[in-house]
Design a protein around this ligand. Structure first.
Ligand code: C2E
Ligand code: MG
Ligand code: MG
Ligand code: MG
Length: 298
């Protein structure tokens, strides 16, 4: 392994041995080498984080978040293997598994706990997966086999998908729209795309990145930015989800701004399917009582 690190660094260049870099390389290798088998064995797991209405915390849907329960490395978070899966192409079968698994599970919850409007199922789709010409078929097949209504499915894309200036992207989005599937821009505000894409592409939802929400109760500039996003979304007819809400002050402030939806540890962490059903059980059939809308001084 030390040899590998040396080779990777290049024979002619002398490089100081860095243990943390080395262990990252080892982890990378181990995960990469195990991915084929893990995909074949369906060895991945999903967590489901509730998305709620910011003003009354009524449940609106769940976002599926992948994990890799690994024999030696414990519960591996997506940040450690999604990029690898993109590089190797494993993201196509992996992404198809996520879609299928999440759609089945959430469609089952919809039938067990009917609500109006129906629970939404949000699924992250990576850039390479979105550009894959097979994606539309995967989505169609998933909708058919799970029985999930297309209107309940939200695909979350990051701005990086839009930056490629690829005609194919718009075509795929419109085909998804025609199916009735919704499109969200994830981590909104962290990319480098121009705002014009909000009109150019058929987008339904903006998920405002957690970094904008973090300081919202202490930093007036952040308040102005988020308020601006909410207003822009209003004019363009887009829904807004605030990501990473961790405390009540943030929630109340966002509710006052008119931000409709939110997600974060304040409401719930990503839950196992079992916990999500418990959550749903407590939330259904009637939406929870409205909490008094906090009036805040500016
Ligand atoms: P994301 O889609 O922006 O998901 C939100 C991330 O923020 C999740 O991390 C979630 O656990 C975390 N989070 C939610 N609320 C809070 C909060 O209040 N505080 C803090 N500190 N964190 C919060 P997670 O599950 O580790 O996922 C990380 C990223 O990995 C996701 O970011 C998404 O980009 C990617 N990802 C997850 N599942 C999938 C998948 O199935 N496919 C693809 N392509 N990417 C995925
Ligand atoms: Mg997401
Ligand atoms: Mg996000
Ligand atoms: Mg994120």
């Amino acid at each position: 392994l030390a040899l590998y690190a040396a080779k990777a660094a290049g024979k002619k260049r002398w490089r100081r041995f860095r243990p943390e870099l080395h262990s990252r390389l080892v982890a990378r290798h181990e995960l990469q080498a195990g991915m084929d088998t893990a995909i074949a064995d369906h060895a991945f797991a999903l967590r489901y984080q509730p998305i709620v209405q910011v003003d009354d915390t009524a449940l609106a849907g769940f976002e599926a978040l992948i994990r890799w329960p690994h024999a030696r490395r414990g519960m591996v978070p997506p940040d450690q293997f999604i990029t690898l899966a993109e590089e190797s192409g494993h993201i196509m079968p992996l992404g198809a598994w996520v879609l299928d698994h999440a759609a089945r599970e959430i469609s089952r919850w919809q039938r067990a706990h009917p609500r109006t409007p129906p629970l939404r199922a949000s699924v992250n789709v990576s850039a390479r997966q979105f550009r894959d010409p097979g994606l539309l078929d995967v989505v169609r097949r998933t909708l058919r086999s799970s029985g999930l209504a297309p209107g309940s499915l939200v695909l979350e894309l990051t701005e990086s998908v839009l930056m490629h200036g690829d005609v194919q992207i718009g075509t795929t989005m419109r085909a998804l729209k025609d199916l009735g599937v919704s499109i969200a821009i994830d981590d909104f505000g962290t990319g480098f795309s121009s705002l014009s894409y909000l009109r150019e592409f058929p987008i339904d939802l903006l998920k405002v990145d957690k970094t904008f929400i973090d300081d919202i109760t202490t930093d007036r500039q952040q308040v102005a930015l988020v308020e601006g996003i909410v207003r822009i979304a209003e004019v363009l007819g887009l829904q807004v989800v605030a990501e990473g809400i961790e405390n009540e002050d943030q929630r109340a402030l966002l509710a006052d701004m008119g931000c409709r939806y939110g997600q974060g540890f304040l409401f719930a962490r990503p839950l196992t399917a079992h916990q999500a059903e418990d959550f749903l059980h407590r939330a259904a059939p009637a939406p929870p009582a409205r909490t008094a809308r906090t009036v805040r001084a500016a």
